[in-house]
Design a protein around this ligand. Structure first.
Ligand code: ZN
Length: 165
């Protein structure tokens, strides 16, 4: 949920479902309509979503939605603004290219069970990794948004062939 929503309380004109619990909101019952806005569409219209919940379900809905919002996955990896490496543009570009190559090699490792292939890929990852380190220092795993399960699966596979991802 975006940090702010609008809540409007009205009486229900006709019976209908609650977004938070299995029960219906009855006709004539006072209930809350939660309206979330999501910025503007390309046509310049404000995008919004309205949810109807029982009065007593409002807090629960807010708590769940807040939790979902706070733990949502961000799509982009990379360093926080203003904490960049002190590299020239050319070196930055090269490092970014290497980081992408490493990510691609890792996806290939995840996609195969062939130990011979994993060994070869592991070697290439090690090689790319060394280049990355030489070009601005080691990668900070915390800045990568790879799923923790994937990260573990990857570590297991690479360890099997004597590598550390
Ligand atoms: Zn409810």
């Amino acid at each position: 949920m975006p940090p702010s929503v609008r809540v409007r309380v009205t009486a229900k004109a006709k019976q209908g479902p609650c977004e938070s619990c299995p029960g219906d909101i009855l006709k004539g019952e006072r209930y809350a309509t939660v309206t979330q806005t999501f910025g503007k569409s390309q046509a310049g219209k404000t995008k919004y979503k309205a949810m109807k919940v029982h009065f007593v379900c409002l807090a629960k809905w807010l708590i769940c939605d807040d939790l979902r919002y706070r733990t949502r996955k961000k799509e982009k990896g990379g360093r926080p603004e203003g904490t960049g490496l002190q590299l020239s543009e050319a070196n930055k570009k090269e490092r970014r290219h290497l980081v992408r190559t490493r990510a691609r090699l890792m996806r290939l490792v995840l996609a195969t069970e062939d130990e011979g292939r994993i060994t070869v890929l592991g070697e290439r990852i090690g090689f790319v990794q060394a280049q990355i380190t030489a070009l601005g220092g080691p990668l900070n795993e915390n800045l990568m948004h790879r799923d923790i399960n994937l990260r573990n699966a990857l570590a297991v596979k690479l360890r099997k062939v004597g590598r550390h991802g």
